[in-house]
Design a protein around this ligand. Structure first.
Ligand code: HEM
Length: 519
């Protein structure tokens, strides 16, 4: 434990002294991303703290984090045995369980393959580049209509509840081959309660470090368990339906492909990988895939309404690209009525209004890309990765590190490190562009840390980046966002596994018309 013998010639990791029983909990406080960043200025990239009685290694600095997670990836790829994690997916989660051996590796591979098959594969029915592009386009179009409708009905609204359904529908389309309506009550109950999950799974949750807290009545733990129960029940129902209609020659979606893998494993009498363990991978894919992306989109909208000039510049960039191949046509004025809107949208595509953004446009929209990077960096809404732990005794930067030590990776610190970023607290997409503003500086882009690195790196990174790009460009092509006169947005992040801002009910949208009218 803390007072462990250090092998000769190696240094002990520095860190603040702690109080008995609670360790450094007071200093860590309610915003660990800020306090631990502050403390790393004093103690350095490698710092040891105690939360309760448990020692925790906190890693900061891009080079140190790269060294640990990439170059010494095997040493740092474990997950600690935390009370809260045992409650996720009945303790069998790919992302949260303590397993980091052969079974985890095999499951991660299966999940990656299933994801790949149902995202990058070409769509059999439409002209979209790939399946996920088709799903996102469909949902983004529905979202535009929905936002215009609530705008007409209410005059202002909170975009979160509409975006979350759209994002869930993309992951639903991939996992289950179906979409939900914006009024689906069972789904709404789950997706509106993600706070109950992310608060408890955040790095440094006291109940994970002071065991007695697990036995005391706690509202947040109770809600966390309820959330997990409801979530699993929903997924189990979907999986059961898939088993009942499964046909091996017609693999419809991710769930089917996991069932197929499970049947193979069963036939091979592969005791290592029981079929339940394969099928419940859908929990991880579904769970990791909607709250994160919705949070990213939600922060994006907050920045867009806070910086109207930035919003305008993205729209100009989009307008220029989309109209390059635009066939001139008479200008339609779209009334604020749903039916008319739908009618004209279909009519429109046939006669060639500005075309819709596609994934292939990404490289030609550098300012938009730079905005997304800056949103990731500035918000750092995933401030710490899921906690890691060491798989063996090791040495990092000359310091001795014992096996099974819990490790926090401070992504927020990297994204706000003055050694990397000029004026880190300023929101400025241009920091990612070359001097002419014509290209994204790739090296700078890679310094933004949000998906983790190395063996545990997020497996949904490409899909997430695609979703954010295509949702945003589709929304911004057709809508202009602002906040009601006299209202302000509150951008203070609330600490959690993913950090959210306070929900804002004062959003408004205006429909944009084709940029170049017939003059
Ligand atoms: C893990 C970020 C979207 C699936 C992670 C981790 C981070 C992360 C930081 C943990 C890395 C670590 O522990 O070192 C994000 C962000 C997203 C996003 C910022 C969106 C903006 C997605 C999506 C999916 C997904 C869309 C699936 C479709 C996963 C899975 C893991 C994971 C399965 C666990 C990997 C493992 O433990 O081996 N993600 N993610 N994520 N992510 Fe994502």
């Amino acid at each position: 434990s803390f007072q462990q013998q250090i092998p000769h010639g190696l240094k002990r990791i520095p860190g603040p002294r702690g109080y008995p029983l609670i360790g450094n909990m007071m200093e860590v406080g309610r915003n660990p991303h800020l306090s631990l960043t502050q403390m790393s200025r004093k103690y350095g990239d490698m710092m040891q703290i105690r939360i309760g009685t448990k020692p925790v290694l906190v890693l900061s600095g891009l080079d140190t984090i790269r060294q640990a997670l990439v170059k010494q990836g095997e040493d740092f790829m474990g997950r600690p045995d935390l009370y809260s994690f045992r409650n996720v997916a009945d303790g069998e989660s790919l992302a949260f369980s303590t397993d980091s051996g052969e079974v985890w590796r095999a499951r991660r591979k299966i999940a990656q393959n299933a994801l790949k098959t149902f995202s990058v594969s070409p769509s059999p029915t439409t002209s979209s580049t790939c399946l996920v592009e088709e799903h996102i386009s469909t949902e983004a179009d529905h979202l535009v209509i929905k936002l215009l409708q609530v705008m007409t009905e209410q005059g202002s609204f909170d975009p979160w509840q509409y975006m979350v359904i759209s994002v869930v529908n993309v992951i639903c389309a991939m996992c289950f081959g179906k979409r939900h309506s914006h009024n689906d009550q069972e789904l709404l109950r789950i997706v509106n309660a993600t706070e109950d999950f992310i608060e408890v799974t955040a790095s440094g949750n006291p109940a994970d470090f002071i065991p007695v807290l697990q036995y005391l009545p706690s509202q947040s733990l109770k809600k966390f368990k309820e959330f997990n129960y409801r979530f699993i029940s929903y997924l189990q129902k979907m999986v059961k339906e898939h088993y009942e209609t499964f046909e091996k020659d017609n693999i419809r979606d991710i769930t089917d492909s996991l069932i197929e893998e499970a049947k193979k494993a069963e036939a091979n009498a592969n005791i290592q990988l029981p079929k339940g363990k394969i099928v419940n991978l859908v929990n991880d894919i579904f769970g990791a895939g909607f709250d994160t992306v919705t949070t990213a989109l939600s922060w994006s909208l907050m920045y867009l309404v806070s910086y109207p000039d930035i919003q305008k510049r993205i729209q100009e960039e989009l307008g220029e690209l989309m109209s390059l191949i635009r066939v001139e046509m008479p200008l339609f004025r779209w009334p604020h009525s749903n039916l008319f809107f739908l009618f004209f949208t279909t009519l429109d595509q046939n006669i060639g209004r500005e075309r819709r953004p596609r994934l292939a446009d990404r490289s030609m929209l550098p300012y938009t890309e730079a905005f997304i990077l800056e949103m990731f960096r500035h918000s750092s809404f995933l401030p710490f990765t899921i906690p890691h732990c060491t798989t063996r005794d090791t040495i990092l930067n000359g310091y001795y590190i014992p096996k099974d030590l819990c490790v926090f990776i401070n992504q927020w610190q990297v994204n706000h490190d003055e050694k990397i970023w000029k004026d880190p607290s300023t929101f400025n997409p241009e920091r990612f562009l070359n001097a002419e503003g014509t290209e994204v500086n790739k090296t700078n882009g890679e310094k933004v840390l949000v998906f983790g690195l190395g063996k545990r790196k997020c497996i949904g990174e490409s899909i997430a980046r695609w979703e954010i790009f295509l949702f945003l460009t589709t929304l911004l092509q057709q809508l202009e966002f602002n906040i009601c006169d006299g209202k302000k947005v509150d951008m203070t992040p609330h600490y959690g596994l993913t950090m959210k801002h306070t929900r804002c009910e004062h959003f408004q949208v205006k429909q944009r018309f084709p940029v170049k009218s017939s003059q």
